[in-house]
Design a protein around this ligand. Structure first.
Ligand SMILES: [Zn+2]
Ligand SMILES: [Zn+2]
Length: 446
């Protein structure tokens, strides 16, 4: 059931005034003065707390109506309608298929900052017996993108109410197909960038967040530098020569060559790169042969390559080709290696992380802001962060006491809904503080 949210624009008294001394400072980026940030933070906290029930209702609406990658027709429509209901006039739809881009122009001069949420769900059947259970059989928001979209809509509402006092603009990006477009289709962040999501206006930084059910609600985690791996999917065909199973002298056994190829590919990690270079090569599928007494001439494999360093990533295909050429030639076979679905390393610009951490610390408290090691999973926020400096952080949504512990991409994944208000508070403060810090820098350089 579509739960349309009534339009309640926040009548929060907006009163963040900057001290005269701060307005004339030229430090770049300058630190946000304590009094300004405290006053603004209180307004944001009041606004976010007041919308708690509506955030929960919005998240449940998305959760009940999950849509697969590049099929986010309804989600995209709800997002655009909601933005217009809040009061946004600059709302672009159809950017990268079902992507939505909206710009909030503040009342004061300043830079442009962007925030991105992803909207798609996964082909997973929900097993949780909850009132907001997925109504779309076989499809579930099992990666928390319903939370991300809801948080970004909440941030849009909070900041819209404060717009007269915002120094600069905020670009809201709602992205389809983060989990990867269906075979043969374009989509995701890459397509949105291609279709101009980061132009007119171009942001000078971009932020995003992702749920983490392994981190308790109330906490945020961050990783400076490489945070998530690049991902390149490959398909590998080994071509040999078919013959009777009793006559290897007439055959080139593609299964034996494939076995050697897999072994040799695994030595790339151990013998061609430094121990400190994070790198995973996985052959995930293998298929070949038809029956016991036929030596097969064809084997097909698929796999993935993950790295945390774009230089390492660039070297891998060349080395794979060298290895495969050697192995196949030595056996009188040949091969075809093809890559698809490229995702870059998700890189958090260390300077941007460093200048943002005080804001996050202020919002959740020092004890609730935790550093986290990089992960070998991947995320296409990276495609935006390849164009402009980015910072992607994690929102804790787990709650051991309530039994909310299942990982993302599982049938019993869920998120503690207290995370919605925390996400809105964190991201609203992060964006506003960014604009505040960089406002003088931008206005004085024009
Ligand atoms: Zn996912
Ligand atoms: Zn995700």
């Amino acid at each position: 059931m579509l739960q349309r949210l009534c339009v309640i624009l926040l009548s929060v008294a907006v009163c963040f005034s900057m001290p005269a001394s701060a307005q004339t400072k030229k430090a770049s980026p300058k630190s946000v003065s304590d009094s300004v940030s405290t006053s603004r933070e209180k307004q944001i906290a009041a606004a976010a707390d007041a919308m708690r029930d509506r955030l929960v209702a919005q998240r449940r609406d998305f959760h009940m109506h999950p849509e697969l990658s590049n099929r986010e027709q309804r989600t995209s429509r709800v997002v655009a309608e909601r933005l217009k209901a809040i009061g946004f006039t600059d709302v672009r739809t159809g950017v990268g298929k079902y992507g939505v881009v909206a710009v909030l122009k503040g009342g004061k001069p300043g830079p442009v900052v962007a925030v991105r949420a992803d909207m798609d769900a996964l082909p997973i059947t929900e097993v949780n017996d909850v009132p907001y259970k997925s109504q779309n059989p076989g499809v579930k928001h099992a990666c928390g993108h319903d939370v991300h979209t809801t948080v970004e809509l909440g941030v849009a509402e909070v900041l819209f109410a404060m717009r007269e006092h915002i120094p600069g603009s905020v670009k809201f990006i709602f992205q389809p197909a983060e989990e990867g477009p269906p075979e043969g289709e374009e989509g995701g962040a890459r397509l949105m960038v291609k279709e101009g999501a980061l132009e007119n206006p171009r942001p000078q930084a971009i932020f995003g967040l992702h749920v983490n059910p392994l981190v308790e609600v109330g906490k945020l985690t961050y990783t400076p530098g490489p945070m998530m791996a690049s991902s390149d999917t490959f398909s590998l065909a080994i071509h040999g020569k078919q013959a009777h199973g009793a006559h290897p002298e007439l055959a080139v056994d593609a299964i034996v060559v494939a076995a050697q190829a897999i072994e040799a590919l695994q030595t790339i990690r151990s013998r061609r790169f430094a121990g400190t270079d994070a790198f995973v090569l996985t052959v995930g599928t293998i298929a070949g042969g038809t029956r016991n007494n036929i030596i097969t001439g064809e084997v097909m494999m698929e796999g993935t390559v993950r790295t945390l360093n774009e230089d390492v990533r660039k070297r891998v295909p060349g080395i794979m080709n060298e290895v495969l050429k050697g192995v196949t030639e030595a056996n009188g076979a040949s091969y075809d290696l093809k890559f698809r679905n490229p995702y870059s390393v998700t890189f958090n610009q260390p300077k941007l992380v460093e200048e943002t951490l005080p804001t996050m610390r202020r919002v959740v408290g020092d004890e609730n802001l935790l550093p986290a090691p990089p992960e070998m999973g991947s995320e296409d926020f990276s495609e935006f962060a390849q164009v402009v400096p980015g910072f992607y952080y994690r929102l804790g949504v787990g709650n051991k006491a309530k039994g909310i512990t299942a990982g993302v991409h599982t049938p019993d994944f869920d998120a503690d809904e207290d995370s919605l208000v925390i996400g809105v508070k964190a991201m609203s403060n992060v964006l506003l503080d960014y604009l505040e810090r960089h406002a003088t820098q931008t206005t004085t350089s024009k």
